[in-house]
Design a protein. Structure first.
Length: 366
């Protein structure tokens, strides 16, 4: 299972350059607006040091990590919700991703044309969010009018839909990201079905220079963007596309030495992945044996049979039980067999909820 993260932003903010740097996707990157028209897609492995450790403990023949799909979406411009630029085509591409990375430009470069003629990351982000809000508002107004007619029949579901859609539209009309009662399962399911762009998991990817990547909060543009993002509860990930591109050309050992010199603990790619996983409420479990050690991704709260189904549908259909050892117990005991001998192996049934770091073996019968 992999989640898809779409790079969204104005033209010439470095989306394609960042895409190429992070996943070596080969997307065209040039100094003119709408260089990217059709979305570019790249698949990258999710860094997880636990997988290598498990492979060594179990003498696995190969390592298979989880994956992440990056999608480089064409640049958005003011008026996209009304069809400007690539308009509805652009907005349609966004609706197909799991999370949004709002890419804003925080680097000065007179050789790279800015579509607005000046460096203004907060202004760029406001344009993006406004267009997403206008697109959602148009969708909700159409849905509201239809729901209003159905609500007249006193159907409780239709009445709930009308009231929910009306409230969401009213908030958007006031220029606010809408909120709703997430604790009400009916309301939550209804809102989820609407597919609103403004409610998708999102964070800000600040394309900065090398100095800004080391200490983003120390720059004036960085502080302003961080304050703006905090008001809207958006996390900011500083990433230097040029630096990521250089790191991608080095061996792992050389890249680590380079990062140590710069005082960076992890790459921008790693931070983007971890942020996306956290926003989407994902966790990782493992299978490890002589043939392979593999990482699997599920949403937090997933029961054991459904998690087993990620490995193979037969494992869900014929699920009997799940043998489970935590990653830490595997490491402490020195492998699966020793963990079992130490009494660390647990037998879990169909009601078991998966935990991050579970190492599992599924018993099934079909």
């Amino acid at each position: 299972m992999s989640f898809s993260c779409g790079f969204v932003g104005l033209p010439n903010v470095g989306k394609s350059t960042l895409f190429n740097a992070l996943c070596k996707g080969g997307a065209e990157a040039a100094n003119f607006p709408f260089c990217t028209i059709e979305p570019n897609t790249g698949i990258v492995a999710v860094p997880d040091s636990r997988l290598q450790v498990l492979a060594e403990l179990e003498h696995s023949g190969r390592i298979v990590p989880s994956t992440l799909k990056f999608i480089d979406i064409a640049g958005l411009v003011r008026g996209a919700s009304q069809g400007q630029g690539l308009g509805n085509q652009f907005l349609g591409h966004i609706r197909n991703v799991d999370a949004i990375a709002h890419v804003v430009r925080v680097f000065e470069d007179p050789d790279v044309v800015h579509v607005a003629g000046k460096l203004d990351p907060v202004g760029d982000l406001e344009v993006i969010l406004t267009e997403l809000m206008l697109s959602d508002l148009e969708l909700l107004e159409k849905r509201r009018d239809k729901a209003h007619k159905l609500a007249r029949s006193n159907d409780p579901d239709a009445k709930l839909e009308f009231e929910t859609v009306r409230d969401l539209a009213a908030q958007l009309a006031e220029g606010r990201i809408p909120t709703y009662d997430r604790d009400d399962p009916k309301v939550a399911a209804l809102v989820h079905s609407l597919g609103l762009l403004t409610l998708m998991p999102a964070f800000i990817c600040a394309n900065t220079d090398e100095a800004g990547c080391r200490d983003f909060a120390a720059t004036a543009a960085g502080r302003t963007l961080l304050d703006y993002a905090a008001e809207r509860k958006l996390e900011v990930i500083p990433v230097c596309a040029k630096l990521e591109e250089e790191l991608g050309q080095l061996s792992p050992e050389e890249a680590k030495m380079f990062m140590d010199e710069l005082g960076l603990a992890e790459t921008g790619l790693t931070r983007v992945i971890h942020t996306g996983y956290r926003l989407l409420n994902y966790l990782t479990f493992f299978t490890a044996g002589e043939m392979e050690a593999r990482a699997w991704t599920v949403t937090a709260g997933t029961p054991a049979p459904q998690a087993a189904g990620k490995i193979h549908t037969d494992l869900c259909r014929g699920f009997i039980r799940m043998e489970t050892v935590s990653y830490q117990d595997m490491v402490d005991c020195g492998g699966w067999n020793r963990a079992r001998e130490a009494g660390k192996l647990r037998i879990e049934g169909k009601d078991y909820i998966m935990q991050d770091g579970d190492v599992i073996h599924v018993r099934f019968s079909v």
